[in-house]
Design a protein. Structure first.
Lengths: 306, 267
């Protein structure tokens, strides 16, 4: 089996700013001594072709950050990500233009995915059929209920024919009938040998659907193993946590979160150093280029004026 | 030069996407209007009419500019300017306006300003043809000089691409710049040879105004449609225009590539 997705020592940190001006200062200054929050720290794993992976964890443990990294929507702060094939992220807040109608949104999103008009006409009816929101398809999206929005978003994303599908809690807003429909569709994808990453809080959904489950705990992989094993351990943890007193709950949460603010020395391997050296070199070349251009500009300007 | 190539390559790789999306957006713009696409022509003509009344009949009392009827002289400067001002203000906002829509998918953000440039051209090209016809009605045909229009269109597109790439990146990071751009564009019209002939001003003053690359383009349109000058006759000015354009493009593509991963964070 060849791995479709490979993460090597991937971390993602976010800078925290107290004021708007700090943000600007951070852009200009070269020193990076801001408060950092590590949403993910040193994650390494592999996913094979045709696998369905479940992603579980508490709120704020980094599930959505990981799914954004998988969809290549955001870049990692450090580490390497190798992804073979097209990814498609399905999230609750899928980017729809609120002032356009559902139908126009379908067209716009498909165009943005690089489809041509003939292809769009072909899949348009499929999408409308799948979303099944009736006459609302001709209404502006701002009038939609949250369920309708997610149905339309899901229908569009799933019809763009990705190799890797990332479902980020998108199904939790739909009703049971829509959920069933989506599951059938995802199963078709699975049988076609496509890779699926499934983020959810519903353990029964995950258990029914995924072979392997990854449990993310405050930015790190706590377990990545067979579904049954991980889910039973996760359930044990939840039960244990719920039995704690309020004070203990608070303390253990705080302890884990504090851990995420600590800056950890990232293991620097030769590859990263090489990239750094390369970017330094290109920065110097860029500086020279700017100076030469500036010189020509000033020279020709003074010739014009004098 | 790496950054510039990378950005240019993205444009060429996604040419189909750019054309399809810009046509889609232009169609959508007037979809709710009864007159539809007619506004693309009507709107500039109303503006031309206003400027002609104020500056042509009001201030100049209808006197011609260097032998050219003022109305014709005005139209040839105003047509590219209306396009430029619209494209700069919309283009510099293009990434900010769309980042929400593209944040959850793989999308080459650098084509967003280009989509505005191409989309707005749908009204520019017919307007240029109309001004050519008006010149013919006045009995002015520039002959071989007309070929230059292709060169100056290329200058126009290249400069706007460089500028909107830079501005769209900056306005996404620092929102204040968008307001600044709007005010500067509104003001700049009066520092260009659009509604009045700046050649009457002191030479040094004209020289300073000429440092604005848009001056080169507006003058170029007049040279192409009215004739009399070749673009290579004023070599230092041509060198100046291209070096500053490439400078803007280099800085723009550098900043764009450095910051595009962070666009989602800056919202």
């Amino acid at each position: 089996m060849n791995p479709k997705i490979r993460f090597m020592n991937v971390s993602k940190s976010f800078s925290l700013y107290r004021k708007q001006s700090e943000k600007l200062f951070d852009i200009i200054s070269l020193k990076k001594d801001r408060d950092q929050f590590f949403a993910l720290r040193n994650i390494s794993f592999e996913v094979n072709e045709g696998e369905a992976i479940g992603l579980i964890g508490l709120n704020g443990s980094g599930k959505s950050t990981l799914s954004n990294l998988l969809a290549q929507v955001i870049p990692p702060s450090s580490g390497m990500i190798e992804i073979k094939g097209e990814t498609s992220l399905i999230a609750i807040s899928v980017g729809l233009n609120n002032s356009l109608t559902g139908l126009e949104n379908i067209k716009l999103k498909c165009l943005m995915h690089g489809l041509n008009n003939a292809e769009i006409d072909q899949i348009k009816s499929d999408i409308i059929e799948f979303a099944d929101i009736g006459n609302f398809i001709n209404q502006p999206v701002k009038n939609y209920s949250s369920g309708m929005k997610s149905r339309l978003g899901f229908a569009i994303s799933i019809h763009t024919n990705p190799d890797i599908l990332i479902v980020d809690e998108a199904l939790s807003v739909g009703d049971q009938t829509f959920y069933k429909k989506c599951l059938d569709k995802i199963n078709v994808f699975k049988s076609q040998g496509k890779t699926i990453i499934f983020v959810s809080h519903s353990l029964s959904q995950i258990e029914a659907f995924c072979e392997r489950v990854m449990w993310i705990h405050f930015g790190q992989i706590k377990m990545f193993d067979e579904a049954k094993k991980v889910i039973s351990d996760y359930k044990k943890f939840i039960n244990w946590f719920n039995l704690l007193s309020e004070k203990e709950k608070k303390n253990s949460r705080k302890e884990m979160l504090d851990e995420q603010y600590k800056v950890e020395l990232i293991p620097s391997n030769s590859h990263i150093q090489q990239i750094k050296r390369k970017s330094k070199k290109s920065n110097v070349a860029f500086g020279i280029q700017i100076l030469v251009l500036l010189f020509v500009v000033i020279l020709s300007a003074s010739y014009m004026l004098l | 030069m790496n950054f510039v190539w990378q950005v240019l390559k993205e444009q060429f790789l996604h040419l189909n996407l750019i054309f399809r999306l810009s046509i889609y957006e232009e169609k959508g713009k007037y979809a709710m209007h009864y007159l539809g696409a007619l506004w693309q022509i009507l709107n500039p003509f109303i503006q031309i009419g206003v400027y002609w009344l104020i500056f042509g009949l009001g201030i100049r009392k209808g006197s011609p500019v260097e032998g050219t009827p003022f109305f014709l002289w005005l139209i040839i400067g105003l047509v590219p300017w209306l396009y430029i001002s619209r494209t700069i203000t919309q283009g510099s906002n293009s990434i900010y306006a769309k980042v929400n829509l593209v944040s959850k998918m793989h999308f080459p953000v650098s084509v967003l300003p280009t989509i505005i440039i191409v989309g707005n051209s749908i009204s520019l090209i017919p307007m240029i043809i109309i001004s050519f016809v008006i010149a013919l009605i006045y009995g002015i045909f520039s002959g071989i000089y007309l070929v230059q229009i292709l060169y100056y269109l290329f200058c126009l597109y290249f400069f706007l691409f460089a500028l909107t790439l830079l501005l769209s990146t900056l306005t996404t990071i620092i929102r204040d710049i968008q307001i600044m751009v709007q005010s500067i564009v509104r003001l700049m019209m009066f520092f260009l040879p659009i509604v009045w002939n700046v050649q009457n001003f002191p030479e040094l003053f004209v020289g300073i105004l000429k440092l604005n690359p848009l001056f080169y383009i507006i003058e170029g349109f007049r040279h192409s449609l009215l004739g009399g000058h070749w673009f290579f006759e004023d070599l230092p000015y041509t060198i100046y225009f291209w070096s500053i354009t490439i400078l803007v493009l280099t800085i723009g593509s550098f900043l764009h590539i450095k910051f595009r991963d962070k666009f989602v964070d800056y919202l």
